[in-house]
Ligand binder design. Sequence first.
Ligand SMILES: C[S@@+](CC[C@H](N)C(=O)[O-])C[C@H]1O[C@@H](n2cnc3c(N)ncnc32)[C@H](O)[C@@H]1O
Length: 393
Amino acid sequence: MLFSMHVVENLGNNEVIVEEGLAKIIIPNPEKYKRPDGVLEPAWFPVFYNPLMKLNRDLTILVVRESFKSGFFIEALGGTGVRGVRLAVEAGLDGIINDVDPLAYRYIRRNIRLNKLEDKVYPYMHEANSLLNNFTFTGIVVDYLDIDPYGSPIPYIDSAVKPLGKKSLLGVTATDTGPLTCSHPAKMLRRYGVRCVDTDFSKELGLRVLIYNLVFRAAGQDVALKPIMSYNYKYYYRVFFASERRARSAFRILDECRGYIWFCSDNYDRKIIREPVLIERNCKHQHVIGPLWICRLGDKEFIDKISRVTDPLYSEATSLARKLIDEIDIDQPYFRYDKLFGYHKKNMPPIDVFIKKLKELGYKATRTHFDPRGVKTNASILEIHKIISSWTS
Ligand SMILES: C[S@@+](CC[C@H](N)C(=O)[O-])C[C@H]1O[C@@H](n2cnc3c(N)ncnc32)[C@H](O)[C@@H]1O
């Protein structure tokens, strides 16, 4: 193992073969492309391969497998081609792996050959938008489309929805967590149209803003996107959408799920609202953040099926799915329990003790995958303030 990669062969020419899932992939030898400070950083490799994204790719396989027995995929931003190769090997799909970079294209071709997929998977070297726009005219139905860019998916979403079939799947990664979590408010406004403020649920805020923007742009082309599974992990967001080409569904989903979060930065109070109005509560510094996605972040039944996969190859993915199920029913953004106890200048009990107390009082309550210090609950923040102010440890 190297940098949590399973190296199976050193090719001796600054390249190694790694095993990921059921595929074998030629990648640049990470040892040869270390940063000057000795750190292994995938962005320094001549062609991008990030072992930390294995979870993202594992889930892609499970989501696609749960949805289709066969079909056609496009991986628009392919890197070494690992994701597309795995889609063919592990999910049985045919498809296209594309990358604009000639060196990436060479790796994609070689990895297709290495896995004996020449009759199933075709390498392309196009700018992604140009490929997707042109592909619309082929008449080939795309069942699964993957957008996995450096940074934001916004530059690709308008062309990504074009080749999707009547009912398809779209997988989107966003690594621009800085803007999305409001660490760069100007970028958030420029890219996602949201004037944000610092909140204690910034990671959930980012996911809700991202989903809304993708849904909104697709709706403009009469495509309804519905998130069936979404999450945040380390420095990225991932959303899987079920797509439907139908103007009425696109209208409905936007009408129902476009909204705002009212937030009071004095006492962390928050409320999901449909229209951007200030709320009559005792709060000096209140904000209305949005527009953003106010519906569920995934489909419980679908995630449940993913969580039941028993193959140990995907154990990290199924364990994440189990965490997501626990919190999927609770729409109110998580709150940071360390901040609320700090607000009351009280010592924190262990988080599970606090969650147990909320449950005993009849509320739904659980930890959240977004933040180890976060609690998801349907108790209002005002109720939580009451509980904490009378807390004796
Ligand atoms: C994050 S990497 C993709 C990683 C890959 N999907 C995986 O799972 O390992 C992004 C890739 O997009 C390619 N790329 C960047 N801009 C592009 C564009 N406009 N059109 C096509 N490919 C592009 C880069 O060369 C890079 O290989």
